[in-house]
Design a protein around this ligand. Structure first.
Ligand SMILES: Nc1ncnc2c1ncn2[C@@H]1O[C@H](COP(=O)(O)OP(=O)(O)OP(=O)(O)O)[C@@H](O)[C@H]1O
Ligand SMILES: [Mg+2]
Length: 190
């Protein structure tokens, strides 16, 4: 299916994702988790910025637990307000998280702020992707704004289900490209 607006992709994918059974998603999550932890991106990085998965997104909770035990430093986003946009804080366990913006789990007050310079790998959420590295998010622009401020090249890999991957998705000039997508079927880098 080819749509013309980001909105249409968001509607199509989000419906399809919420229509997918938990049982199927758990199988896919397991495959994606295994590809992620066996990747060089993961193995070579010590400070990883990951989204904290919410509802029917590809699960990152298991990854966060695993990576912390494996001695990686993990930082996650927090949105103090729409105006301030996204900030990133280190967590040491799930005890450091509570529900924040849109009910998404966010780091508690008291967590240490991470600076963009120390991050060496970014796991991206998103709605729809294509094979040229284009990405459609939820429409807030938080990731685009955050990524546009990074001063050096940091690998940005999205976690998604295969049906979130399209031939071509529409983009705007402020959209920041990603470097790859891991799905249950593939690990594509651009
Ligand atoms: N670098 C930026 N500086 C200021 N505003 C930005 C920037 N990037 C995006 N925006 C704003 O964010 C809004 C939403 O952009 P878009 O629809 O691409 O969001 P998205 O990519 O789905 O969201 P996200 O980046 O949070 O995943 C746009 O209206 C745009 O004006
Ligand atoms: Mg965008």
């Amino acid at each position: 299916m080819i749509f013309t607006s980001k909105k249409e992709y968001r509607e199509e994918v989000l419906t399809r994702r919420s229509d997918t059974s938990n049982e199927i998603r758990e199988q896919w999550n397991e495959i994606i988790f295994n590809k992620l932890i066996s990747s060089d991106y993961y193995k070579k990085s010590s400070v990883i910025f990951t989204f904290v998965s919410f509802k029917d997104e590809v699960d990152t909770h298991r990854f966060i637990e695993y990576a912390l035990k494996d001695g990686k430093k993990i930082c996650v986003p927090k949105v103090p307000s729409k105006k301030q946009g996204m900030e990133v804080y280190f967590i040491n366990s799930f005890e450091d998280l509570k529900k924040g913006y849109f009910d998404i789990l966010e780091p508690l007050e008291g967590c240490i702020k991470a600076s963009a310079e120390e991050i060496d790998f970014i796991l991206m959420p998103g709605v729809a992707f294509d094979k040229q590295g284009n990405r459609i998010g939820y429409g807030a622009g938080f990731y685009d704004r955050f990524l546009s401020e990074l001063k050096r090249q940091v690998p940005k890999i999205a976690l998604a289900y295969d049906f979130q991957l399209y031939e071509k998705v529409p983009t705007d000039e402020f959209d920041v490209k990603i470097d790859g997508v891991i799905t249950e079927k593939d690990f594509i880098t651009f």
